[in-house]
Design a binder for this molecule. Structure first.
Ligand SMILES: O=C(O)CCC(=O)C(=O)O
Length: 314
């Protein structure tokens, strides 16, 4: 990595997102791509039932539509793809996550790891949302929710060019303006995401002629390939996404927490149904550091009384 961790954290804290160019070691990229091909095929043929279903934006996902925009639980031992846990618990992912969270790697909490894919035959989209704040929250409720949302990171790591995600920089700290509320209180996805005041579209893993020339702090770098360009973003930043059935997508989508968050992230994480992570056979797929991270998740789970419910409708 050529950008210092403190600069990454400063940008993430200030803007609500930050790009990291090279989160996948080049020797893992072919294995991750091949594993993605296999789990996507299983999902599309119905052999893997845990999927994000076209027509349903947020959990709980149902089975009402044959097409899918995501594969859930890629580290699940029943999928038999250990490379996903290997990468999720790799030194690079842990180091960047801990740096953004401002914690020790020993305090990291294992959370979600899913795969975002293009539907095969149906374009789909997500409405403007914050992952754990309802669309009808008052400005006071928004402020309170945003102020307590610093103990987790979320990221998208693109294996192919990905222009699906839109977000409003800096909106992770402040309630929506009246005009932004107009664009984000409906359950319908926007016709034009860029009509949202302040929004930008992110393009990861943009195809470019080889060799690419990068300008970083006035240094010119030359690189032949870029593996796994990643956006880390505060999941309560105002964001939405569009899915084009014609545009191949395989983007690793994950979250990681910090044990100092206590149960603050329980609903956001556990609503996806993570009971399988408590099985011995999953634990056995992890190295010592991964098992420590899993222990933190199980401890959070055990501290929750009753049902966590769901963060959003739609
Ligand atoms: O598809 C994406 O990149 C964003 C997904 C998202 O916003 C979500 O899962 O809440």
């Amino acid at each position: 990595m050529y950008i210092s961790e403190s600069l990454l954290k400063a940008a993430h804290d200030d803007q609500g997102y930050v790009l990291v160019p090279d989160l996948i070691p080049s020797d893992l990229l072919p294995a991750l791509r091949a594993a993605c091909d296999r789990v996507i095929a299983k999902t599309r043929t119905g052999a893997w039932p845990h999927r994000r279903t076209v027509g349903k934006q947020f959990p709980p996902f149902d089975d009402a539509h044959p097409d899918s925009w995501g594969v859930q639980h890629v580290m699940h031992p029943a999928l038999g793809e250990p490379v996903f846990a290997q990468w999720y618990t790799s030194e690079g992912v842990r180091t960047v996550s801990a740096a953004l969270l401002g914690c020790d790697v020993g305090s990291l909490q294992m959370e979600l790891f899913n795969l975002l894919i293009n539907p095969l035959n149906h374009d789909f989209a997500l409405r403007w949302h914050r992952d754990d704040v309802r669309e009808n929250a008052t400005p006071e409720e928004e402020l309170k929710a945003l102020a307590s949302w610093s103990r987790g990171v979320q990221w998208n790591t693109a294996l192919y060019e990905d222009a699906c995600l839109y977000l409003v920089p800096k909106s992770h700290k402040v309630p929506r303006t009246d005009e932004q509320r107009v664009h984000s209180t409906t359950l319908e996805p926007p016709r034009d995401p860029l009509a949202m005041p302040g929004s930008i579209r992110l393009v990861l893993q943009r195809k470019c002629p080889s060799p690419c020339v990068w300008s970083v702090d006035n240094d010119m770098l030359t690189t032949l390939s870029i593996a796994g360009e990643t956006v880390f973003y505060n999941s309560n930043i105002l964001h939405c996404a569009t899915y084009d059935a014609q545009q191949r997508r395989a983007t690793l989508h994950a979250t990681m927490g910090d044990t100092r968050g206590g149960s603050s992230r329980a609903r956001n994480v556990l609503q996806h149904g993570l009971e399988w992570m408590q099985e011995k056979r999953f634990r056995e797929t992890l190295d010592e550091g991964g098992q420590r991270m899993l222990d933190a998740l199980v401890e959070m789970r055990n501290g929750v009384q009753g049902e966590v419910g769901y963060s959003l409708t739609g």
